[in-house]
Design a protein around this ligand. Structure first.
Ligand SMILES: Cc1cc2nc3c(=O)[nH]c(=O)nc-3n(C[C@H](O)[C@H](O)[C@H](O)COP(=O)(O)O)c2cc1C
Length: 400
């Protein structure tokens, strides 16, 4: 089988060097990558680097190898075009259909999915001109990844940083996997909770669970690749921030509830993938609980945590908001799942069987998605991203 053809457009931002890592990941995972830098990009990383790392010729202009009509062919043959970093200038040119170099010509001739990963100073990103250009590109079906917040060129800090190249790679992988299905969550805000809450007993101990957060992060990553604005409420997950996703870290169930209610106020869908503790210790010891010679330990009294899924399902923040829950069951999986779905009042419930070596921390999952309308969608054993995409397919069906 032919390798998928990816065009990596690189424009003239300080983050151009990070595109080398993205290029590496793309080539090492079996993609045929043609790098098309702008002339400005070559001030940051030279053509020799792009050519050596990609194994393909590199040019910035339409006037090289004219007999091969590269200004048309490169775009026509691409399965994916990703521009990383995308400067304010390149976004403006793309939004307005300018075609004065090889990259902008390629963007006009490509009929495959297009991903932009903008990176620039906060002022440039927030400028209404850039924001309107981004809105135009999104409206036309491009995936424009929200920049990250962090250190920018020089001493400045703010929004505008290129997301981690590994996470841009994950977006590319998902967009390629979905092909021309297109970003069907553009203009939607989705909230995902992930990880496992920790209920503190004292400053060093807590009651927790085995959830790694990988399923919730896969949901956030896939939603971003489908064009959604994503808020990820992350409970104690030590995973890299998915590209373009607004991550809100929380610790306990009570903190998770607050963050979910706040983010859900204007959300089209809320997916509760986090493992939330049903109970928490009634008291919190301000100092470390000590062993006392000859004495039995004090019993730990537990009190109920709020039932967030039931609460947001019964009091929807917006009409038509779609709510999805997760149920990890150890036995009688489907029957327990159906009764949980009825009790909670959500629209969809993803039911999976868990155990010591099942689901928690693994890269793969297998589940059945139960619908309040009586539907049952089995998702065979596979990557957590596949289950995530099935969830979004079902959500999209309910949103429209
Ligand atoms: C040191 C330096 C860093 C720059 N970093 C960025 C950047 O991160 N994002 C951006 O939009 N422009 C940045 N610029 C400005 C662009 O290079 C300039 O707008 C250029 O015309 C972009 O051309 P291109 O879009 O064809 O690559 C930077 C310029 C310099 C000199």
């Amino acid at each position: 089988m032919d390798k998928p053809k990816v065009v990596l457009g690189v424009s003239g931002g300080i983050a151009a060097y990070k595109a080398c890592e993205l290029l590496r990941r793309l080539t090492e995972s079996g993609h045929d990558v043609r790098v098309v830098p702008t002339a400005s990009a070559l001030h940051f990383v030279g053509a020799a680097t792009w050519s050596a790392l990609s194994g393909n010729p590199v040019s910035t202009e339409v006037w090289d190898d004219v007999h091969e009509v590269p200004h048309v062919r490169i775009g026509q043959h691409a399965d994916l075009v990703v521009v990383a970093p995308a400067t304010a200038d390149t976004l403006a040119k793309a939004a307005h259909g300018l075609a004065d170099d090889l990259l902008t010509n390629t963007l006009l001739t490509a009929r495959c999915p297009v991903v932009f990963a903008p990176a620039m100073h906060t002022e440039m990103w927030e400028h209404p001109a850039t924001q309107e250009n981004v809105a135009t590109l999104r409206r036309r079906g491009a995936v424009v990844i929200e920049p990250a917040v962090g250190r920018l060129t020089g001493v400045d800090t703010g929004k505008g940083r290129l997301p981690d190249p590994g996470e841009i790679f994950e977006v590319c992988r998902r967009v390629l996997a979905r092909g021309v299905s297109g970003p069907d969550l553009v203009g939607r805000h989705v909230v995902v909770s992930a990880g496992g809450t920790r209920e503190p007993l004292d400053p060093v101990r807590f009651l927790g669970n085995r959830s790694s957060g990988k399923q919730g992060y896969a949901l956030a990553r896939t939603a971003a690749a489908r064009g959604a604005r994503v808020t990820l409420i992350a409970a104690n997950a030590s995973l890299p921030d998915p590209a373009g996703v607004d991550v809100v870290p929380v610790g306990t169930a009570v903190q998770l509830r607050e963050a979910v209610l706040k983010a859900a106020a204007d959300a089209d869908a809320v997916v509760m993938a986090a493992a939330v503790a049903d109970f928490r210790p009634e008291t919190y010891a301000a100092g470390k609980i000590k062993k006392k010679d000859g004495q039995d330990p004090e019993p730990v009294v537990l009190v109920r945590n709020p039932d967030i899924l039931a609460e947001i399902s019964s009091e929807r923040a917006r009409p038509g908001q779609v709510i999805v829950g997760f149920a990890a069951e150890t036995d009688d999986v489907l029957a327990n799942g159906r009764s949980k779905l009825d009790r909670k009042g959500c629209d969809l419930l993803v039911v999976n069987e868990v155990g010591e070596r099942k689901t928690f921390g693994s890269e793969e999952n297998e589940a059945v998605v139960l619908g309040a309308d009586g539907s049952e969608t089995p998702v065979p054993h596979g990557p957590k991203e596949d289950l995530a995409d099935t969830v979004w397919d079902l959500v999209v069906g309910r949103l429209s």
